[in-house]
Design a protein around this ligand. Sequence first.
Ligand SMILES: *Cc1c(COP(=O)(O)O)cnc(C)c1O
Length: 377
Amino acid sequence: MKVPFLDLKAHHDPIRDEVRAALEEVIDQNAFAGGPCVDAFEKEFAAFCGAAEAIGVGSGTEALWLALLGLGIGPGDEVITVPNTFIATAEAISFTGAKPVFVDVSEETYNLDPLLLEAAITGRTRAIIPVHLYGQTADMSAILAIANARSIPVVEDAAQAHGATSEDRLAGSMGMAGCFSFYPGKNLGAWGEAGAVVTDNPELAKEIRKLRDHGQPRKYEHDVVGWNSRMDGMQGAVLRIKLARLDDGNHARRSIAAQYTKSFASCPEIGVPLNAGNTGHVYHLYVVRVRERDRVQNALTSRGVACGIHYPVPVHLQPAYRDLGYSEGSFPVTERCAQEILSLPMYPELSRDQVDYVSEQLLTAISAEESEKMAAP
Ligand SMILES: *Cc1c(COP(=O)(O)O)cnc(C)c1O
């Protein structure tokens, strides 16, 4: 059996005709940059997140960048985030001119460890970006308590957490702003690049709307130096159709995750995702921890199971961030996780048989490792 890591074709086949009709409508409207589909999607996505406003932008990276710019962050400032994330979180900070400051993650959730947060705050800290990695919200009540006590805004990187919840609050709606990516492989994916910022703060929303459109509140009036980060009309049309199916997709992901976790219950060598506290995980990724990860991954690949590693090299050890002065040992939990994490196939259309097959292959690979160890002198 072959199990791909992600199967976008299976995801899109059932909505092909509906999307085609919606795209025809965009062509008829000549509304390619912004327009009625983007306006409608913004309203629907804001409502989905339980936020007052959503601003559609060009990508998740730009959502983060524009949210920080909208908060007035720039050179001389520091923004705290985690090294265990996709590099975009740090890039967005760097492109404002501010300096990324990293805080290690918790071994249980792979998310920002609130116990380490206070020590990283300085007089220059202007924002904190917790990342809801793999589809599970960070410990927002602890993070917000620390941030609010110092009036530091929290910007959520919710690029992997569309629809995730924390004590009944939705990812993206808990901080000052929430930033989403609609990269095709995300839980809510466009047919191209797109992103959004959601916020309850009308001034911030106004600022981001201005920044994404050349700094103009009205055509050819430029208050500030902005950028072009408008969402495509076609992406708005696709995203409206897919948003209506997001809850079903997340539900399917949760039952696939439950099936994996049940299969691995008898195998303590496989570390399964821990559903910490009250968080509603939406399993953008199902990540296990195993020793000899590379050997296990190769064994799975040879049996037709495609896995991923998110992420093999932590951001603080990337050449791009050498000048921040971090080194190996700076963030031991993140570094240890990077050696052991393995993302198994995860998408709503994965069949029960495919999940069984992946589970069997992983269990076989692990027991091969165990018996090798027993045979060793
Ligand atoms: C995907 C992702 C981003 C960037 O989103 P793009 O739409 O690809 O620019 C940012 N942060 C995290 C955690 C992501 O997974």
